[in-house]
Design a binder for this molecule. Structure first.
Ligand SMILES: Cc1cc2nc3c(=O)[nH]c(=O)nc-3n(C[C@H](O)[C@H](O)[C@H](O)COP(=O)(O)OP(=O)(O)OC[C@H]3O[C@@H](n4cnc5c(N)ncnc54)[C@H](O)[C@@H]3O)c2cc1C
Length: 336
């Protein structure tokens, strides 16, 4: 079994560490700050394979199917509840062209009347909606449960430990270097989100990944109850187990600035009211933002890049929580 050093304590790094430790590898996970402190802690946690953008729906569906077994395993090993729920989602149409497009894409179609029966608070302007396969969970809990399961198997998890370089000769890395010492590695996995470029550069490798800001708002809907997650034009409303509703998510180029803005949150609140007008009376509980890792072609990178035993796992864009189990399997199969 191999000595593997995983760099990054987001959902990708923790899912990779979980899979590798489950398969019996000797894993060390190094996180610069705290587990789930970036996009993986900021995410809404919707696990919806339907998407008009890459990554392909097929990978997303494949990953979604890995959740029940993974959740059962980590909830047992970590003694934590990640609030995983399978639920139906709705993708409504407001214009006749949208109706035609959504109906052509397949799925069960609800006309306007059936739509309002299913979700009475939906806008009266909705012409119909597709019923979607959907699940969701609470991302910071998911990441911590993955990490606890890893630790329960005897693996080392080091927070507050930035990786600053690699000891490399020829086509191989031998050690991963941090300010607090170095770690021997048969394999190293860079899962540092949009910082993967910076980390890989210290091994002399170029990785084409950049940050993209996404903003979210948590609403207290008061008496209003939303039974479905609602998806529309890259935005969504996700009802959570605690009764709040998460409205998301913008897509902006802001470099590494992950602070929410007035304009970004206003866009989300307008979207929420367009979908469910009565949310105008909801309270705004919290607004925040995170940085998604995005590649030039929008597809994730999960491969050895430039160095035989240095794997990069990043670029999961809007679907990193959903795609984490698949990414973990892909890394495990590269190593075995
Ligand atoms: C607002 C928003 C909403 C989202 N909603 C969803 C959703 O509902 N469903 C979904 O599937 N996806 C969602 N996403 C996307 C998802 O959050 C990301 O794709 C995913 O979290 C990326 O995970 P990661 O582990 O690659 O990166 P990150 O979460 O960024 O983790 C990378 C980690 O690496 C660490 N690191 C950086 N440099 C170093 C170093 N030198 N040494 C050690 N560690 C280092 C960082 O501190 C960080 O903890 C959302 C994203 C955003 C921003």
């Amino acid at each position: 079994m191999a000595k593997v050093v995983v760099i990054g304590g987001g959902v990708i790094g923790c899912a990779v560490a979980e899979r590798l430790s489950f398969e019996g590898h000797q894993v060390t996970l190094l996180e610069r700050d705290q587990l789930a402190c970036r996009a993986s802690g900021a995410a809404a946690g919707e696990l919806s394979p339907q998407s008009t953008t890459v990554p392909a729906e097929e990978s997303a569906n494949q990953s979604l199917q890995l959740f029940p077994e993974l959740i059962a395993r980590i909830e047992k090993d970590s003694a934590m509840n990640v609030e995983y729920r399978v639920q139906e989602g709705l993708q409504p149409a407001f214009e006749p062209e949208e109706v035609a497009r959504l109906r052509a894409a397949g799925g069960r179609w609800l006309d306007a009347q059936a739509c309002r029966k299913a979700e009475p608070s939906l806008s009266a302007d909705v012409l119909g909606a597709v019923l979607l396969k959907h699940a969701h969970l609470t991302p910071p809990r998911f990441v911590r449960a993955l990490a606890r399961a890893v630790a329960a198997r005897g693996a080392a998890i080091r927070e507050g430990t930035p990786v600053i370089g690699f000891e490399r000769s020829g086509d191989e890395v031998h050690r991963v270097i941090t300010a607090a010492g170095s770690h021997e590695a048969d394999w190293a996995v860079i899962a540092a989100g949009p910082w993967s470029k910076e980390v890989a550069s210290t091994a002399g490798v170029d990785v084409d990944v950049r940050p993209q800001r996404g903003q979210l708002a948590a609403l207290d809907p008061r008496a209003l109850v939303l039974k479905h997650s609602v998806f529309w034009s890259n935005g969504y409303l996700v009802p959570k187990a605690d009764g709040t509703i998460i409205a998301g998510g913008t897509e902006e180029d802001s470099g590494f600035d992950d602070r929410p803005t007035v304009a970004g949150i206003a866009t989300l609140l307008n979207l929420a009211r367009r979908l469910v007008p009565d949310l105008g009376a909801a309270s705004l509980l919290r607004a925040w933002a995170g940085l998604r890792p995005v590649t030039r072609d929008g597809r994730p990178i999960v491969e050895a890049v430039g160095v035989r035993n240095l794997i990069v796992a990043t670029g999961h864009h809007r679907k990193g929580i959903l795609l984490a189990p698949l990414a973990a399997m892909q890394v495990a199969s590269l190593i075995s």
